[in-house]
Design a protein around this ligand. Structure first.
Ligand code: ATP
Ligand code: MG
Length: 458
């Protein structure tokens, strides 16, 4: 069996501390009546309310669950609304015209309202079948499939954290609590349901989720759970890179990226996601380069707080910059030109990082342009600066340069030059970018054939 092994749990107590005491018998959940909690239908998206009522009116059980309930209890605005029900996916589809079933092994219903998608999942139990062909755990205990329908109680116990296993019942507006989540919400505690080691082995992404929720909610991760993270971090190596990509976006583009970064490093998880970066940071003694990453994350968090757009391309450009920069320097010392060197380094870093996290091409391409622009932004003379202003990635490249300046890696004066240059009118720009009267520049021009003719031939 999986982590839900049918063992005892006393309602009202905290989540049991040992695996043995998990969920035995049919424990009654704590029911928190409407008068004793703060969730009101006004806080829930009208579309989610519609779905809940239509399920209920058709005779099914219907609950809001997961982050929606958790965030409402904390007075925060939920990101999305998930619904759990005893209706099977096909039943749900019968009820909603705007419904799509997704997933092959475990089918979920998506009810679509324009840009809002309400996810409706049938109660699920976590069973591990005995016969080998159909085994659902790997040797290391990782869940491969998770596809057995269950009861509300089963569904509660298979969830990750107690604070994510609270159910808002549309029938009577109460909150149903099997795992002690309500107390943990009040205590600001992230507590895995069941035995931490087993739950992390089943799905190592839960370690990333622990960090993400701790950063986002300002919650503390329970010690039992925290204690296992360093040791089990390497299990992230078994998670498909596409799934890690999704998780990394949530960690870094959720508004508390800097906090997530620090916590990921603290728990030894960052090294599993970005091994090249971790090594490069360690090599540098974490001085300047760490400033670039932390500044980038700080900026990103600030932009999100102001509802400004952010792009994964810029984020990954910053997260991978330190190994990039080190390799770039090394290649230049091997006689490659700066532009060649940065292109070769970019190729290498992108393909090595892809073994861990699969960043889509639509982001690796602009990411590499941001890097390449770091070479081109050094050229301040002639027509190039003006042409560069029209480059589709100029703004990102310039912002990136400013980060490098601020962290002491590029000359302040270069960033200032571009800042000033953009403020000038076209005439002034032409003048600012006119060939400087430096010896170096003159020498370069004199090598041109035309210059050679003007200066006379032997
Ligand atoms: P948010 O949407 O704010 O990021 P959330 O808690 O709603 O947070 P989701 O990824 O939307 O997170 O998942 C919804 C719910 O599904 C969770 O609250 C949790 O109960 C359950 N869940 C999600 N991922 C896992 C997992 N890896 N293991 C166990 N339960 C999970
Ligand atoms: Mg959610």
């Amino acid at each position: 069996m999986g982590w839900y092994d049918g063992q005892s749990y006393e309602p009202g107590q905290h989540n049991p501390v040992s695996h043995d005491r998990l969920g035995r018998g049919t424990s009654a959940p704590a029911i928190i009546p409407r008068s004793d909690h703060v969730i009101s239908r006004n806080g829930i998206s009208p579309n989610a309310v519609k779905v809940l009522y239509r399920l209920k009116n058709a005779g099914y059980q219907a609950f809001l669950v997961g982050g929606g309930v958790r965030d409402l209890l904390l007075g925060r605005e939920p990101k999305d609304f998930d619904i759990a029900t005893d209706a099977h996916p096909e039943d749900v589809r019968q009820l909603f015209r705007n419904c799509r079933l997704i997933g092959r092994r475990f089918r979920l219903a998506h009810v679509i309202f324009g840009r809002e998608v309400i996810e409706v999942a049938t109660f699920r139990a976590c069973h591990v079948q005995e016969d080998e062909d159909d085994a659902m755990l790997t040797d290391a205990g990782r869940i491969l499939r998770d596809n057995v329908y269950g009861t509300l109680e089963d569904d509660a116990w298979r969830r990750d954290f107690t604070v994510n296993a609270l159910y808002y019942n549309i029938e009577d507006f109460s909150v149903v609590d099997y795992t002690g989540g309500m107390a943990d919400i009040k205590a600001g505690l992230l507590r895995l349901i069941g035995d931490p080691e087993q739950r992390f082995r089943e799905d190592a992404v839960r370690m990333l989720r622990a960090v993400r929720f701790a950063a986002k909610l300002g919650f503390r991760i329970e010690e039992r759970c925290e204690a296992k993270m360093h040791e089990l971090a390497p299990l992230l190596g078994e998670i498909p890179p596409a799934r890690l990509y999704e998780e990394v976006l949530k960690l870094f583009l959720g508004g508390t990226g800097l906090e997530s970064f620090e916590k990921l490093r603290h728990h030894g998880l960052f090294a599993q996601l970005f091994p090249l970066t971790e090594k490069a940071l360690e090599r540098e003694g974490q001085h300047f380069p760490l400033t670039l990453v932390t500044r980038a994350l700080e900026n990103t968090d600030a932009r999100i707080a102001e509802d400004k757009p952010v792009t994964p391309a810029f984020l990954f450009a910053a997260l991978l910059w330190e190994p990039m920069r080190q390799r770039w320097e090394q290649l230049q010392s091997e006689e490659l030109s700066p532009l060649e060197a940065i292109q070769v380094a970019g190729n290498e870093i992108v393909s090595r990082q892809a073994q861990h996290i699969s960043i889509p091409k639509r982001f690796t391409l602009p990411m590499r342009e941001i890097w390449n622009l770091q070479v081109r932004l050094e050229q301040r003379q002639g027509k190039r600066p003006l042409r560069l202003l029209g480059h589709p990635r100029f703004r990102a490249g310039y912002d990136f340069l400013l980060l490098r300046c601020a962290s002491g890696e590029a000359p302040e004066e270069l960033g200032q030059w571009w800042t000033e240059f953009q403020k000038l009118n076209p005439d002034e720009q032409a003048q600012a970018a006119a060939p400087a009267k430096t010896g170096k520049k003159r020498r370069r021009r004199s090598r041109k054939p035309r210059g050679a003719v003007a200066e006379g031939q032997p």
